[in-house]
Each structure stands twice: as C-alpha cells, then as structure tokens.
Design a protein around this ligand. Structure first.
Ligand SMILES: *Cc1c(COP(=O)(O)O)cnc(C)c1O
Length: 361
C-alpha cells in the first residue's frame, strides 16, 4: 500500500489539502513512494519530524540553488557500459534497477531515478562482459535504485554472473531496503545472498528511530548468515546533524553488529539546499564524537568531489581549509585539485567563484 500521491498524504492526515496542492509539482518532478511501515515511524504531530523530512516531499525541492547539479557525483562522466560506472580502478558500480521502496528526498540520484527505467535483461550481459574484460576490477557493487527490490531469482542471477568471473573477489550491495522495507529481508533473500559470500551489505540508517525491532530482525538474519553488514549515513540538516542523534545511531548499529562505514557530506544535488550542513559544522560535529565513541562506532566522514572527482575523507589532507572562511582546496583520490566553495556558507558564491568545486589547473 503506502503513499504515492499528495492526495494520499491528505487521507493519512500527513498533509492538508492546500499543502497537497503545493506538493503536486514536486512529486511530478521527483517521485514519491513510502510504505506503510516507514510512514508508521513518522510522528504526525511534528511538522519537523526527522523521519518525515527524509520521506515526504517538500516544496523546498523545487528551489534550484547556485552550483547544484543534476548528476552531482559525476556518474555519467565515468559510465563505462550501460548502468555501469567505473571510477576507481579496482571496483565498479552496477545499477540493476532504478526503483526504490522509498525515494529519499535528498537522494543524489534523484534526477537519474526519474529518467527511463532500467531493463535488467538489456544491460546485465554488457556489464558482465565489461568486468570480464577488465581484470583490474576486483569488486562489483550493486547500487541503484535499490538492488534488493529484485526478486530472489534475479538477484541470484546477477550476483552469480559477476561472482563467477575469476577477477571478482568480492561483491557488495548498497541498499536501503533493510531500513525502509525490512519485511523484504526474509529467509529467502538471506539464503540467496548467503550463497554469494564474501558479500558486504551496506545499509543506510540515518536516524536512531529507524532502528526498529523489524529492522533488527532483518539485519541480524544477514549477520547470522555470515554477511558483513556496514552502514552509510548522510549528514542532513533537520534529521541527524547533532551529536546526540549520531551517537545514538552509531551505538545502536554496533549493538546489532553493524559497523558504521561512511558518514556522507550531502552532495550538491538539485533541490536539496534545505538539507545542507556546512563542511565546517560537519567536521566539528564528527570531531566531537571522537572523544565519546568507540573507534568501531566512528565512520569516515566523506565528501564526494562534485562533478566526479571521487570520494575523499573530510578530516584529512585531501580537504584543506583556505584562510577564507568556507573555501577549501580538495585533492582527488586519483589526482587533480579543486577549489571548493561551500554552498552552505556561500550560497551565492565567493568572490566570483560559484558554490561547489572548480577544477584547478
Ligand atoms: C562510492 C563509490 C564506490 C565505492 O567506494 P568505496 O570508497 O569503496 O566505498 C565505487 N564506485 C563509485 C563510482 C562510487 O561512487
């Protein structure tokens, strides 16, 4: 069931008719879908509820701010075959679907997800052939869209096809299904995944209120099946950008034996300005957690250089603060240098430089 239209939000008491009217152009541009399960986590009396902000559309998404991009991390720049991205030498991303159980409002692929659907049968053999022809590729990462929306049989076929290649040493799945539709993580899915170890599942819990008993059952089943489960979160204003929330999230994940892997700085996706935290605030938040959390609980805070430069740890020499507030020099993981003007500090740019990353000579 769930909701897919603003009218259904009114029926659920999650929007007034006037609000629903204003949201119509938002969901025309960026689709909405939320299951009953995830809707049930929303506090309907709190207009600023952190669960609501991730799931339900906001008219702020219609605002396109300076420097925002339709393809913020440069997937298309590094597309190597249909639905396959090869940016780092030893690993590729493959998108078996662009469907998700829920469309996160801050998603960095929110434009791609609203373009043509992926037909797995049209792209799988080409992707497998590409990996076979590139022996330097050691790891295949299924992303999307949400790969765990595939049926068990199709997932088995995709993992089997890549896993059978002699150069592929490990498989990885990036999925928000354990968070947004945990009932999908059933015995059949877990058994399917367990056949393809070594397999790493990277989930995407952003807030401790997503750590429910149903989600726990799914995650524990994955762990019990010998799958390594990691988590990536995105630092989001109005959702989790405070030390108490992040500490509760990371501590809760460790109780399930899930290792916090990455905390992502928000990408420069169109229509996401209302979620933005400055790099400066993100860094001081993460540093404040170091003193109180086990190293096991501490993720790497990463920035994906806008335009396709690659992911870099923020608290490192890859990200150098310049004397001017909110201006940085970035060093790419595979070379290259960029000037970065923080859109959260300089929404209109700085001394003629637009917000975002500009490649330096
Ligand atoms: C994020 C990403 C990866 C995975 O990077 P890790 O640092 O290994 O988690 C791989 N390929 C692309 C294109 C990516 O964007």
């Amino acid at each position: 069931m769930g909701v897919r239209t603003p009218g259904e939000l009114v029926e659920r008491g999650l929007a007034t008719p006037a609000q629903a009217g204003a949201l119509a152009p938002v969901v025309d541009r960026y689709r909405m879908q939320v299951d009953d399960y995830y809707l049930g986590l929303i506090d309907p009396d709190d207009p600023d509820d952190p669960i609501r902000r991730q799931a339900l559309p906001d008219v702020a998404e219609l605002v396109e701010s300076a420097g925002e991009l339709r393809d913020p991390i440069g997937d298309s720049v590094h597309a190597a075959a249909p639905q396959l991205v090869h940016r780092y030498r030893d690993r590729v991303l493959f998108f078996p679907t662009f469907l998700c159980p829920m469309y996160c409002r801050y998603c960095f692929r929110k434009v791609a997800l609203n373009e043509a659907p992926v037909r797995l049968d049209d792209v799988l053999s080409g992707a497998v052939a590409y990996v076979a022809a590139h022996p330097e590729v050691r790891e295949v990462i299924l992303s999307g869209g949400d790969p765990l929306l595939l049926s068990d049989d199709r997932l088995d076929r995709v993992l089997g096809a890549f896993g059978a290649l002699p150069n592929v040493e490990r498989l990885r799945i990036h999925s928000r299904v354990p968070v947004t539709r945990p009932s999908r993580v059933d015995a059949g899915l877990v058994a399917t995944l367990a056949r393809h170890r070594p397999l790493f599942v990277v989930t995407h819990f952003n807030h401790p209120r997503e750590l429910t008993p149903v989600a726990e059952a799914g995650v524990r089943a994955l762990v019990d099946a010998g799958i390594t489960v990691l988590n990536q979160a995105v630092l989001l204003r109005g959702v989790n950008a405070d030390a108490e929330t992040l500490a509760a999230l990371f501590g809760g994940l460790l109780r399930w034996q899930v290792r916090p892997y990455y905390l992502h700085h928000l990408d420069m996706t169109v229509g996401t300005q209302h979620f933005r935290v400055s790099l400066r605030d993100g860094l001081s938040l993460v540093r404040s957690l170091r003193g109180r959390l086990s190293g096991l609980a501490w993720p790497t805070y990463v920035l994906d250089i806008p335009g396709g430069g690659g992911k870099v740890p923020v608290d490192s020499d890859f990200v150098r603060a310049e004397p001017q507030r909110g201006v940085y020099t970035l060093v790419g993981p595979q070379g290259g240098r960029w000037r970065y003007v923080d859109p959260a500090e300089h929404p209109a740019g700085f001394e003629g430089h637009p917000p975002g990353a500009e490649r330096l000579p």
